[in-house]
Design a protein. Structure first.
Length: 477
């Protein structure tokens, strides 16, 4: 039996039920599994999503994948983005830099987006989830949801219902769970022109460039053909005039390629996946209903431009995972879960605006799209008590670097909190909190920095006063 179809076990009483086995659901499953939370991922399809759709992994998500234990596999599976090449009338008309460059530094080791087809990212997360003892049940279509103060019951088109303390809807832009809860989405059509995206095999183009074919006239649309790193495939993206019915067949895709490039129709030898969509931006009116949370595309739908959708989604899971774990296994109060929407919805709104701006050519892919500058300075979980904060403040992403002889990302890796003491004596903390001590650290300045399990500074101070109280908010005593 194929491993992706091996587990159809009905489980009727669990801690967390995750609906949807895309990158969001699988990343959340991994995070909960390593925290000892009894969780199950269910997926309506009979296997993992087969397409390349979200292929760009931003630097901040690379840091998340480092912590989740999949970075080596992600790096091995993908590659850097190639330089764009503009074609005109069958001739190379000039190179085009798709991204503003950035150099790696001690505090930011990953600076460029890394290309991995979405289907491969999901396979890697699935393998990690399985390694940690987590489960995915395929062929489980959620069709009903009810909840009370004790938990949530989800019913399926086939098989027994499942009762869980909490449910996370990670079932995509057309989320059945979100619709079942009556949560609306507010948004706009970013572009009325239909888009084709397909994974193909073809001949006649090198794999060193992202090949761009501008529209030949006003009735035409652009086409881009990108070699998919780590595979023999190319991803075709093509725009069509408003109102066009996009033909997703092999013959239909061959016609598009022949009409918009110097390639013959039979240069396309195989289509493994194809889809069409209208770029849109939409944000769920709320990210929570009682014991049910929305994450990923179920909560926010992006234009693919700029590569923000999958990355924002994985980081939803990363934010929610440690909070669910803290409440279910760590003694934190249930009120901690209120901060999920508080922290993630504003960021999702900002990333939607960024995706739309990139799509419309108003913003280049660069510093903002790398997502390293995102943070939670305004969060109710953030406490900055220093009279003169340094370069890193409470609420900011905790940078990498070396303190003493310890690499900080190595110290942060795992489901725990970490206290970073720079030129300040480190106080006693619970055994579950890691401690790193050292002298001057350029990225941080000086002080005490309590780093959350998701790699953001929660509390910063010049001295230990207030640390015990802060830790107590999360059941850490």
């Amino acid at each position: 039996m194929h491993p992706l179809h091996a587990d159809h076990t009905d489980r009727t009483d669990i801690d967390v039920l995750i609906v949807g086995a895309g990158p969001t659901g699988l990343a959340l499953g991994v995070d909960l599994a390593r925290r000892g939370v009894d969780a199950l991922v269910v997926e309506r399809a009979e296997g993992l999503f087969p397409g390349s759709r979200g292929k760009g992994i931003q630097p901040r998500t690379m840091e998340v994948f480092d912590d989740l234990g999949v970075l080596d596999a992600i790096r091995a599976a993908g590659g850097s983005y190639p330089v764009g090449m503009i074609w005109q009338d069958g001739e190379r008309a000039g190179a085009h830099q798709m991204f503003d460059p950035a150099e790696a530094t001690d505090d930011s080791p990953y600076t460029e987006p890394w290309m991995v087809p979405q289907w491969r990212t999901q396979q890697i997360l699935f393998a990690r989830l399985t390694e940690l003892g987590g489960k995915v049940a395929f062929g489980r279509e959620a069709v009903g949801i009810t909840q009370d103060e004790a938990g949530v019951t989800v019913s399926f088109a086939a098989g027994e219902s499942t009762h869980a303390q909490y449910v996370v809807a990670a079932d995509g832009g057309r989320s059945a769970v979100r619709r079942g809860l009556g949560i609306g989405m507010t948004g706009e059509t970013v572009d009325p022109h239909p888009m084709l995206v397909a994974d193909v095999r073809l001949t006649g183009l090198d794999r060193d460039n992202w090949h761009v074919f501008p529209p030949r006239d006003e009735t035409d649309g652009f086409m881009a053909i990108c070699p998919l790193a780590g595979t023999r495939d190319f991803q075709i993206a093509a725009q069509f005039p408003e109102g066009t019915a996009v033909d997703l067949s092999l013959d239909g895709i061959r016609k598009v390629v022949a009409a918009r490039s110097h390639l013959d129709a039979d240069a396309v030898t195989e289509v493994s996946w194809a889809s069409d969509f209208r770029p849109r931006a939409a944000l769920a009116d709320r990210f929570r209903d009682g014991r049910v949370f929305l994450a990923g595309d179920a909560a926010h739908v992006h234009s693919p431009a700029g590569g923000q959708g999958l990355n924002t989604s994985v980081q939803d899971a990363y934010n929610l995972g440690w909070k669910l774990g803290s409440v279910l296994t760590g003694g934190a109060p249930a009120a901690l879960l209120d901060t999920y929407e508080e922290e993630r919805r504003p960021i999702a709104a900002d990333m939607l605006g960024l995706s739309t701006s990139v799509h419309r050519g108003e913003t280049r892919r660069g510093e903002a799209t790398r997502q390293l500058g995102l943070g939670y300075r305004e969060s109710s979980l953030t406490e900055e008590t220093r009279s003169t904060p340094g370069p890193v403040r409470a609420g900011d992403r905790a940078p990498d670097g070396t303190l003493g002889e310890v690499r900080l990302f190595d110290a942060f890796r795992g489901p725990h909190w970490t206290l970073v003491a720079v030129e300040v004596e480190a106080p006693e903390v619970p055994e579950t909190v890691g401690v790193v001590r050292g002298r001057a650290q350029e990225s941080y300045g000086s002080g005490l920095f309590l780093v959350r399990p998701d790699g953001y500074v929660g509390w910063a101070a010049d001295r230990a006063t207030g640390l015990t109280g802060y830790l107590g908010r999360f059941g850490l005593r």
